[in-house]
Design a protein around this ligand. Structure first.
Ligand SMILES: Cc1cc2nc3c(=O)[nH]c(=O)nc-3n(C[C@H](O)[C@H](O)[C@H](O)COP(=O)(O)OP(=O)(O)OC[C@H]3O[C@@H](n4cnc5c(N)ncnc54)[C@H](O)[C@@H]3O)c2cc1C
Length: 456
């Protein structure tokens, strides 16, 4: 091992410095995906940006790998490493709201649950993910797709600035005026450019929403998916939602005798005037017979945490993804062939819409390049039993092999696997060369390489 001196690091860091001999080590080295089992030299849980600087310097000066963890949800396990330094930001989660300016400042380890709770108190929200335990950090730096994306753009489109600790140990402000190239790159470039210790977001008035899940028979999936493709092209932008393959969980609104069967579900969210909700969801109730539904008015954070229980920490994860411009008849057939084979209740495929406000941003305005794609599907294998790894990975791969040729070459970096590193250029299209330039400027030695890596 290197000359890393944990006592020296403890003197520099006000938060926790957890080494292999500490009682907290086994819990601290874990990430959300239970397939990942790594043993870092140290896990630093910082209290502030100065602690992050100390950890970044320790990794650089000792020639160690450096992993950065926000919410810990990253499926490829880049949030931990063997023998290196892990910066676990879960101790930096505060969110403060400025209701007059309609902005929120979130520390780098905040989850969407932390964020939504703070902003909802002021009747405000911004685009986040659909599970409340996911980190603001990883999700925003890669893109940020959720219920509000058609109306307000990706999470990163709502970013107005960030505080970033770069590889040289400097704390930098990144926004349109300061380090504008860094600001451009972190909006889609993932964790390649430094540790974001804080994010500042634009907020929007969103309080209660109308929506919830609808379940259809597998036999009606073709009708529903064909309808979805047309409907979402010009549905009002306050409508967010997506079709999903879903095994029926044992919930009271689903007939008991159907629990455990696969369905095509549609998760809906109307974020416009609440009285207009039922009319805007009605087309999805009319398109095919409904087996079960659970629609109603609810606080936005309630919808954002409604499915958390389906995906607890500690499942095995393997995900694949491509962007899709056109959901062709052939693609729908591929979904219908593989979707109903979804092996377990926690696994799913979501076909997220990314039109509306997402497409009004120019492809070179931020690092996120796929501004003309209409859909971001994800094949999300998430299963409890490690003995079932082969069967579950095979389901994801078979599904992916059938749909990838009918999709764009690139995909959303936040839905990709560790074996997708060779697709990095395709993910960024014409923005790739500029990303390399910015990487050379801020991280010439690729200290931040545990990510979908942009090589300097
Ligand atoms: C259950 C589940 C639901 C999801 N739902 C959605 C969804 O609705 N919409 C969507 O767009 N995506 C979704 N995702 C994908 C999600 O965007 C990625 O997994 C993302 O990487 C998670 O971020 P995190 O901070 O939780 O994870 P982490 O594992 O902590 O971070 C992933 C990577 O991002 C970087 N990173 C994280 N925080 C920082 C930071 N503060 N500074 C610098 N780098 C950082 C690091 O490189 C890190 O390795 C979901 C994932 C899961 C597992």
């Amino acid at each position: 091992m290197s000359g890393l001196n944990l006592d020296e690091l403890r003197n520099q860091v006000s938060g926790d410095v957890i080494g292999p001999d500490d009682g907290a080590y086994d819990e601290a080295r874990k990430v959300y995906n239970a397939m990942i089992d790594r043993r870092p030299a140290v896990v630093v849980r910082p209290k502030n940006a100065d602690d992050v600087v100390a950890a970044v310097n320790a990794a650089r000066e000792n020639g160690l790998d450096l992993a950065v963890r926000g919410g810990g949800h990253g499926v490829p396990g880049f949030g931990t490493c063997d023998d290196g330094v892990v910066i676990d930001l879960s101790t930096m989660r505060s969110v403060t709201v400025d209701p007059a300016k309609r902005t929120a400042r979130a520390e780098g380890g905040a989850t969407w649950g932390d964020f939504n709770d703070a902003t909802h108190a002021h009747g405000l929200a911004t685009t986040g993910g659909i599970i409340s335990t996911t980190g603001v950090g990883g999700l925003t730096l890669g893109g940020g797709i959720g219920y509000l994306a058609r109306g307000f753009g990706l999470s990163l489109d709502n970013l107005v600035g960030a505080e970033v600790v770069t590889a040289d140990g400097s704390v930098r402000t990144a926004n349109d005026d300061d380090n504008a190239d860094l600001f451009w790159a972190i909006r889609g470039g993932g964790g390649n450019f430094g540790v974001a210790t804080a994010f500042e977001f634009q907020l929007h008035p969103v309080e209660n929403v109308y929506g919830g899940p609808i379940f259809y028979e597998v036999d009606d999936a073709e009708t529903v998916l064909r309808f979805y493709r047309e409907f979402i092209a010009d549905a009002p932008e306050q409508f967010g939602g997506f079709p999903a393959w879903q095994i029926a969980p044992p919930l009271p609104f689903i007939p008991e005798e159907r629990h455990g069967e696969p369905f095509l579900a549609f998760v809906t969210c109307w974020a416009g005037p609440i009285e207009d909700g039922p009319a805007n969801v009605q087309p999805l109730l009319d398109v095919a017979p409904v087996v079960a539904q659970h629609l109603g008015e609810m606080p936005y954070p309630a919808l954002n945490s409604a499915f958390d229980a389906l995906v607890p920490a500690g499942l095995q994860h393997y995900w694949k993804a491509n962007f899709v411009s056109e959901l062709t008849d052939e693609a729908i057939q591929a979904h219908i062939e593989h979707g109903p084979k979804v092996p377990v209740v926690s696994s799913t495929v979501h076909i997220y819409p990314i039109n509306g406000a997402v497409q009004r941003v120019a492809p070179d305005a931020t690092a996120f390049a796929y501004r003309d794609a209409n859909f971001a599907p994800v094949i999300a294998g998430m299963w409890p039993d490690p003995d079932e790894n082969d069967a579950n990975v095979k389901w994801v791969r078979d599904y992916y092999d059938a749909t990838a040729p009918l999709s764009e070459e690139g995909g959303y970096i936040n839905f990709m696997a560790a074996d997708d590193q060779d697709r990095i250029k395709a993910n960024y299209r014409g923005n790739y060369d500029r990303l390399v330039d910015v990487k050379r400027e801020y991280d010439p030695d690729n200290l931040f390489h545990l990510n979908q890596n942009i090589r300097p």
